[in-house]
Design a protein around this ligand. Structure first.
Ligand code: DON
Length: 598
């Protein structure tokens, strides 16, 4: 026996070999072969390498999932200005492993106090662009209040530590990526109109014309670094009061907008009750109204479970047909009933009840597609009568749909965060508050500018989502936690995505891919996608979605198939219930990365 024999190895090396062997055995006994790298500590998935690195840094410093998520969210605000930012808002689910409880924070933007129902309507018609571009589209931002509240209530590290990576990133600058260019392309005219946005996010060509900077160009944001430093020092006051607030209001006012100092100083986040359901024995917690996403997630999963008790397969036209029909109906409910529950009477519990889901599933013809027009909501069930149009939109929704971002984190202790945050459209309203670097959202577009008229995502919403001062616009964002079958208090999957109206379907498909398909989390996230949202009456399939024969079979059932290149950006962390190992996946459709602790 030579010196390299097992017995002769130093005890530390031996321990390491044993540990590695144990890991291999653990992985072999685990039911699902995971393509992703296993982590024994915390794991994170975000849409930007610097945000994932910041999150990992917090975990390495002994911080928990919330410290990591907040650090990542602030970095995302800097390096992904086209997706989210301190001028935006969002939702988070936070699971505390010790108590087994999950809290939900709604820090979405609200309509300014001077907002009116018809503020985007002139001569009886919605003015194109008014709710998406420029100061009138800006709702009162909630991101800073939300991130800080998460940190104060559930985090462990000091504010200065958690904000440091974002401040550093703003000073150092962000490298323009292909994604930056693609999203700026769609917003070029809008960005050119705002002097600060033009100065920060565009560059000049030889003729002095503002153009999109090339890949690799460095976008520095010293003003934003100062704003973040003020937040780091003074907390929410550094944003909602003092000079930053004044600069925001001055910029908005100068352009004819309506956000006031009082709107900012009185902004409050809202704690909500998680929406609870289950799928094939797994407990699911997701986002309640004002998100419409969670309701759709539970309704469609519920219908799939009922219609396909033996399991679901995306390879089979009959299964896909049932899924699409369930979606169609879920989006009808969304159009009819969903809005801010503090302002509208939203029958949430009824919508996710077993009885209602059974009715929804029971109304599906397994052989034939139902025409969306046949499902037009009637006055019953809507408030003040429905004005939903029977004309499908002719609007062509933006194809890529990645302008929002999601962060999924599970730490070593099993605490988990699913946080989705946005400035709505790419680069929000394209308005940067002078001297602050704060890019403001255009979340007002998520209201029904006129009930029945589609918004930027082609979504038609109704009376419960009409504009009202202080009201939260209806959202699709669906941060979701799926729990282990063996222990319904242990998180198995944290997931979410951008994609406007396609967010719930991306979340549903990742969950189904894991639970029904037995896929590892990387594959579950990578798989092709299918979407329907009732109006327009089209079945969308992405590039990797379905085989030609499946599409033909669906067309034969009466579906209008539309091929869309791709959409969404699922960010997910999976915890193997058998081994406790974590696996993370960042959607290859975007530029993110998943990381973890060994
Ligand atoms: O809250 C919502 O539903 C939208 N503001 C989200 C926007 C979005 O996901 C854009 N991504 N394509």
């Amino acid at each position: 026996m030579n010196d390299t024999s097992f017995e002769k190895q130093a005890p530390r090396t031996r321990a390491k070999v044993l540990e590695a062997a144990a890991l291999v055995v653990l992985m072999l006994v685990a039911g699902v072969a995971q393509a992703a790298r296993p982590y024994r500590g915390g794991a994170v998935a975000t849409a930007y390498p610097p945000a994932s690195e910041a999150a990992l840094k917090m975990l390495e410093r002994g911080g928990n999932a919330v410290d990591a998520a907040v650090a990542a969210a602030f970095v995302a605000a800097v390096v992904g200005p086209y997706h989210s930012g301190v001028g935006g808002g969002g939702f988070a689910l936070v699971h505390d492993a010790k108590t087994g409880t999950t809290r939900v924070l709604d820090f979405r933007e609200v309509a300014p106090k001077a907002a009116t129902r018809d503020m985007f309507v002139r001569d009886g018609k919605v003015v194109p662009g008014l709710s998406t571009d420029g100061v009138l589209s800006v709702a009162v931002p909630g991101a800073v209040a939300g991130y800080l509240e998460l940190l104060e209530k559930h985090g462990t590290l000091p504010r200065a530590v958690v904000l440091a990576p974002a401040i550093e990133a703003a000073k150092k600058g962000l490298w323009v990526t292909p994604r930056y260019r693609a999203l700026a392309e769609g917003r070029l005219e809008c960005l050119r109109k705002d002097p600060e946005a033009r100065r920060i996010f565009l560059t000049k060509n030889e003729q002095g014309e503002a153009i999109i900077p090339p890949v690799g160009h460095l976008v520095r944001q010293p003003d934003l670094a100062r704003t973040l430093t003020a937040v780091s020092k003074s907390g929410a006051k550094g944003f909602y009061a003092g000079s930053v607030a004044k600069d925001i209001v001055d910029t908005v006012k100068a352009g004819g907008g309506i956000v006031t100092l009082e709107d900012l100083s009185s902004y409050k986040t809202r704690e909500r009750q998680a929406l609870e359901g289950s799928y094939r024995g797994h407990r699911i917690l997701t986002m309640p109204p004002p998100s419409a996403g969670g309701v759709a997630v539970l309704q469609v999963l519920g219908a799939m479970e009922q219609l396909r008790p033996q399991g679901f397969t995306w390879r089979e036209p009959d299964s896909v047909h049932l899924y699409v029909e369930a979606l169609r109906r879920a989006y009808v409910d969304r159009a009819k009933y969903l809005g801010d529950p503090d302002f509208a009477d939203v029958p949430t519990q009824r919508l996710i009840s077993k009885g209602h889901i059974a009715d929804l599933a029971g109304s599906i013809d397994p052989k034939k597609a139902t025409s969306s027009l046949a499902l037009l909501p009637q006055a019953a069930g809507t408030q003040q009568g429905s004005t939903l149009t029977d004309k499908p939109t002719t609007l062509t929704p933006e194809p890529e749909r990645k302008n929002t971002t999601h962060i999924s984190i599970v730490d070593k202790q099993g605490n988990a965060v699913a946080l989705t945050t946005t400035v709505n459209y790419s680069f929000g309203s394209c308005v940067v508050a002078k001297g602050t670097g704060v890019l403001l959202n255009d979340e007002m577009d998520d209201f029904a500018a006129q009930p029945g008229v589609p918004n930027a995502y082609g979504l038609v919403t109704g009376e419960p989502n009409a504009v009202h001062p202080g009201k939260v616009p209806q959202s699709s964002m669906s941060p979701t936690l799926v729990f282990s079958k063996e222990d319904p208090k242990k998180v198995m999957l944290a997931v979410g995505s951008p994609g406007g109206s396609t967010i719930p379907t991306t979340v549903i498909q990742v969950i189904s891919n894991v639970v029904d398909g037995g896929m590892d989390v990387v594959r579950a996230v990578n798989e092709g996608r299918v979407h329907h949202q009732y109006l327009p009456d089209e079945l969308w399939v992405d590039r990797w979605g379905l085989e030609p024969a499946t599409l033909s079979a669906l067309e034969a059932k009466g579906h209008k198939v539309r091929r869309v290149e791709q959409w969404g950006d699922a960010e997910a962390v999976f915890v193997d219930p058998k081994t406790g190992l974590r696996f993370a996946a960042s959607d290859p459709r975007n530029e993110g990365v998943s990381l973890g602790q060994d």
